[in-house]
Write a protein that binds this ligand. Structure first.
Ligand code: AMP
Ligand code: MG
Length: 333
């Protein structure tokens, strides 16, 4: 298959490209498109055959459910149960990087839900995504547009790096803004559970709806199948620069055969071969995935990555880095 790339101006999206992309979605094909978080790989969420193509193109484990994207809050009610609290969250955070896990309506394909009784829904805050979904006339299931296990794509170039020849179209609207994926919040129980930290901070969700349960690496992670896997990982190992200094004992850091690349905000603590420095945690989130991809291309043998403070979007950056640094497990990456 030949992958077509269309440049689209987010301020004035090209109608030809969007019409063509929408018709590909409607006829069961795959389109990579920009959102405010990362690039997504979209298919008609109501067409099981089309959804299966997403898993095949990415090499994604089939028990890892997908987020369904809608172009208006009303679209969520066709996919699942929207209660008062969910509506309040939608009013406050949509369009935006908050995904809500709600009880699924009958008819949502099990390919989308991973066989769970819940469905994850969000309305992205990007004009190209919104026009594409509305022109398609169907809800769009879309995980990040990378090969499974790799850093998420924040540019069309990164999508092509991973998926060229495997998908019909890439809509290129330049680099994405937030840079880390959406916050995933399960609102099916009495107390909302944060399944994945992301672009909307846990602090702001707590301000809106009170208590939210979250423990990094805790049992909640098991409820979100995707969080069990090593993910976001470049092809060279990632070592976390932790304040306790455990990294200093990592044999990969002192090894002369492995030149060190560094990503972080503080100055690198050792001489490095290549680096990407950020001025703020927000910038770190925005540039994290492209920095990991750039450092893997640099010729370095290992990446030393600074863990930012555990607040705001820093929680999401820490989560992605922690999983990028996990040891590979067969079949998961
Ligand atoms: P991705 O689309 O690759 O950014 O990943 C979507 C994330 O949402 C993964 O961590 C999934 O496990 C999670 N997710 C999607 N649907 C559900 C669901 N119904 N219940 C729990 N987690 C979900
Ligand atoms: Mg992903």
């Amino acid at each position: 298959m030949k992958t077509e790339v269309f440049r689209v101006d987010p301020g004035n999206p090209d109608k030809y490209a969007l019409r063509k992309a929408a018709s590909v979605i409607r006829s069961g094909g795959l389109v990579a498109f920009p959102t405010e978080t990362v690039y997504g790989l979209g298919a008609n969420a109501l067409d099981p055959k089309a959804v299966r193509k997403i898993f095949a193109a990415k090499g994604r484990p089939v028990d890892n459910p997908l987020i369904v994207h809608v172009h208006e809050p009303g679209g969520a009610a066709y996919l699942g149960v929207v209660d008062g609290r969910s509506r309040k969250l939608m009013d406050l955070f949509w369009p935006g990087p908050l995904t809500l896990v709600i009880a699924a309506a009958p008819g949502v394909p099990s390919e989308v839900t991973g066989g769970l009784e819940t469905v994850a829904v969000r309305m992205p805050d990007h004009p190209v995504a919104l026009v594409l979904i509305s022109a398609s006339g169907v809800p769009v299931a879309a995980p990040s547009a990378n090969r499974s296990g790799r850093p998420s794509p924040t540019t069309a170039g990164a999508v092509i790096e991973d998926l060229d020849g495997r998908i019909e179209i890439v809509l290129d609207a330049g680099p994405t803004d937030v840079g880390v994926e959406s916050t995933v919040l399960d609102v099916t129980g009495d107390v909302p559970v944060l399944l994945r930290p992301g672009g909307v901070s846990i602090e702001s969700i707590r301000k809106a709806v009170g208590d939210v349960v979250f423990s990094p690496c805790g049992k909640e992670a098991g409820r979100s199948p995707g969080t069990r896997y090593r993910h976001y990982a470049p092809s060279i190992p990632v070592v976390l620069l932790d304040p306790e200094g455990v990294w200093k004992n990592d044999p990969r850091i002192g090894d002369a055969r492995l030149p060190v690349a560094y990503v972080g905000i503080s100055p690198a603590p050792v001489p490095v071969f290549a680096q990407v420095r950020f001025e703020s945690v927000k910038q770190y989130a925005g540039g994290l995935f492209s920095a990991l991809r750039e450092m893997e291309r640099s010729g370095a043998g290992v990446i030393l990555a600074e863990l930012p403070p555990e607040e705001g979007v820093g929680l999401a950056v820490r989560d992605r880095l922690r999983r990028a640094a996990m040891k590979p497990v067969n079949g998961n990456s």
